[in-house]
Design a protein around this ligand. Sequence first.
Ligand SMILES: Nc1ncnc2c1ncn2[C@@H]1O[C@H](COP(=O)(O)OP(=O)(O)OP(=O)(O)O)[C@@H](O)[C@H]1O
Length: 236
Amino acid sequence: MTADPILATRGLVSGYAGSRVLHEVDVAVPEGGVLTLLGRNGVGKSTLVNTIMGLVPPMAGSVRVAGQEVAGARPDAIARLGVGLVPQGRRVFAPLTVAEHLDIADRLGRKGEWTRARVIDLLPRLGERLGNRGDQLSGGEQQMLAIARALLTNPTVLLLDEPSDGLAPAVVQQVGEVVREVCAAGMSALVVEQNLRLGLSVADRVVVMQKGSVHWDASVDEFRRNRARAEQLLGI
Ligand SMILES: Nc1ncnc2c1ncn2[C@@H]1O[C@H](COP(=O)(O)OP(=O)(O)OP(=O)(O)O)[C@@H](O)[C@H]1O
């Protein structure tokens, strides 16, 4: 891993209609590594992800992708610079088929090693469901589609916002395997997870947020050794 992070925020302030949610947040995703972001409900994890992606405009601070400043840029420009988003709630389009979702990502996204064939090889279930509409998919299949769509844009860093959200335990395990496989293939990622086991299984570093601020930035080992602190910050 190099010293320069592939994605870094510095002093990032953000929020909605005058109310601040993020207070000078510094996080860094190591190149080829995974940063897992933990925190109780409502601490600002999705706001951080959406601000990095340009969906929520930053009020102050910096967001750098591969050394380039992107704070204030539009989401499509940020995507073209190599940031891929697997959004909370998956955002699959009900009337579009799996194939149509993949076509759109293929057409609009960057070209690279994540081709449609490779994505379907990783997620064979999607290959069997190409003609099915978004609203005919299970939650797990929708999550796989959200991941496939993001991978097809060939990001240099992937933002995954609670990929296990709302899924049954067996399906969480399948999604976990996919996330681990993608990360093991060298994808840099920021992973927001409520599922501690999944989050830690992919992480190189762990950041815990509380009330819009980073309260703990630790290696996975350090996090595991300080169980009491983890429990106190996460309310578990
Ligand atoms: N679109 C929005 N407009 C106004 N306030 C919002 C909006 N989205 C989130 N908030 C508020 O911002 C704060 C942080 O929410 P956010 O969704 O970022 O937290 P989170 O840590 O991702 O929580 P969760 O785990 O529940 O998704 C909350 O107080 C929430 O009510």
